[in-house]
Design a binder for this molecule. Structure first.
Ligand code: PMP
Length: 343
C-alpha cells in the first residue's frame, strides 16, 4: 500500500519546520543557535524534538525498532495528527465503533471530518461486515479501541486482523488499556501490515496521566508523517526525564497491574452481590462497566457522598450503566461501603 497516496495533498507538499538542532550533525560544545538563555540549566535548553533517549528505552521494552515509535502529548496527540494528516475536511471520512472513546469524534469534529459510527454487537464485539460496509473510497481511517472504553472488553483479534487485511486505508487500534490484558496486543502484527497503527499510553498502567505521554507504533513511513506535522518540541524536558526514570523501574508497573487486576476481580464479586446491580460486564481494563437499576440516581447519590464515577447511562448500548475505575483498596472499600448503605 502506498501510504503517501492516502495523505492530504497539502501534507504531501509540506516543507516541515526545521528546528535549530536539526540543522547540524556532530558533537557541539557551545550552543548559540536557538536564542536560549544560558542560565537556569538544564531547563534553558529546548528538549530533543525526536526524544531519542526515551524512544531507545521504549523500543527495548516493547521489542520494536525505535524508528517505528512516535511520542506525543498523550495518545490524544497522535489521534489528532492522524486525522489532520490523512483526512481532507468536508471530503474524507473516518469509521469507528459505537460505543467507544469520545476523542475520535471530537478530533474529527474539530477538523471538520465526517465520522461514521457502527454499532458493536450486544456482546460488545465488532460487526466486521457492517464496519467494512460503512467505508467508501473516501474513508481514510478506521479507529478501533481494544480493550474498549467504556465497555472494558477486548475485541476479537481475528476481527481486527480481518479489517486491517481488507481495508484500503489505515487501521488505528487504540490500546490505552492493553497492559491490563496481557497477550492481546496487536503490536507483534505491526511488521505484517503497513497500514496498522497501534496507540498506547503512559496514562493508565504506568500511572503517569499527569505528565502527558502517549505512543503510536507504526511503519517508519507513517511515523515520518507524524514527525513532519507535529509541533517541533511536542514533549517537554520534564516529561522525558520522568518517563526515563519510571522506565528504569518498570517492575513496579507490573506489580501495580497485578494489584489492580486482583482488585478488579474482587470488586466484580462484591458489586454483583448488590441487589440493585443487574450486571457487571467482564473487563480487560482498569475499570468496570456496571449495569444497575436507576444508574443516574445512584450516580447522584455517590456524588453527594463525595465519590465520582462516570455516568454512561445515556451512551449507546450502555443504558443504566456506570463506569467505575478500579482504585486503591481503600478507595474501592469506600465505594462498596457507600453503595451497601443504600440497601
Ligand atoms: N484512548 C482511550 C481508549 C482512553 O480511554 C484514553 C483516556 N481516557 C485515551 C486514549 C487518552 O489517553 P492519553 O492520556 O494518553 O491522552
Amino acid at each position: 500500500m502506498d501510504i503517501n497516496q492516502l495523505l492530504r495533498k497539502n501534507i504531501q507538499d509540506l516543507k516541515p519546520y526545521s528546528s535549530a538542532r536539526d540543522e547540524y550533525t556532530g558533537e557541539a560544545m557551545v550552543f548559540l543557535d536557538a536564542n536560549e538563555n544560558p542560565f537556569n540549566q538544564p531547563y534553558n535548553r529546548y528538549p530533543d524534538p525526536l526524544q531519542r533517549a526515551l524512544k531507545e528505552k521504549i523500543a527495548d521494552l516493547k521489542k520494536v525498532d525505535s524508528n517505528t515509535i512516535f511520542l506525543g502529548n498523550g495518545s490524544d496527540e497522535p489521534i489528532d495528527l492522524l486525522i489532520r494528516a490523512f483526512c481532507e475536511p468536508g471530503k474524507d471520512n473516518i469509521v469507528t465503533m459505537n460505543p467507544t472513546y469520545g476523542m475520535y469524534q471530537v478530533a474529527a469534529d474539530i477538523s471538520g471530518v465526517e465520522i461514521r459510527k457502527v454499532s458493536l454487537t450486544s456482546e460488545f464485539q465488532l460487526d466486521t461486515t457492517a464496519l467494512l460496509a460503512a467505508t467508501d473510497e473516501n474513508t481514510k481511517l478506521i479507529f478501533l479501541c481494544s480493550p474498549n472504553n467504556p465497555t472494558g472488553n477486548s475485541l476479537n483479534k481475528e476481527d481486527m486482523l480481518k479489517i486491517v487485511e481488507t481495508f484500503k486505508g489505515l487501521l488505528i487500534v487504540d490500546e490505552a488499556y492493553i497492559d491490563f490484558a496481557p497477550g492481546k496486543s496487536l503490536l507483534p502484527e505491526l511488521g505484517s501490515f503497513d497500514n496498522l497503527v497501534v496507540l498506547q499510553t503512559f496514562s493508565k498502567a504506568w500511572g503517569m496521566a499527569g505528565i502527558r505521554l502517549g505512543m503510536a507504533f507504526a511503519s517508519v513511513q507513517i511515523i515520518g508523517i507524524l514527525n513532519k506535522i507535529k509541533y517541533p518540541y511536542n514533549l517537554n524536558i520534564l516529561t522525558q526525564q520522568k518517563a526515563l526514570e519510571l522506565l528504569d523501574q518498570h517492575e513496579q508497573v507490573i506489580d501495580w497491574v497485578k494489584l489492580l487486576i486482583a482488585e478488579r476481580d474482587e470488586m466484580t464479586t462484591e458489586l454483583q452481590k448488590l441487589p440493585f446491580v443487574v450486571e457487571v460486564y467482564p473487563s480487560d481494563a482498569n475499570f468496570l462497566l456496571v449495569r444497575m437499576y436507576d444508574a443516574r440516581g445512584i450516580y447522584e447519590y455517590l456524588v453527594e457522598e463525595g465519590i465520582i464515577v462516570r455516568d454512561r447511562s445515556k451512551v449507546h448500548l450502555c443504558d443504566d450503566s456506570l463506569r467505575i475505575t478500579v482504585g486503591s483498596k481503600e478507595e474501592n472499600i469506600t465505594l462498596l461501603t457507600t453503595l451497601k448503605n443504600l440497601i
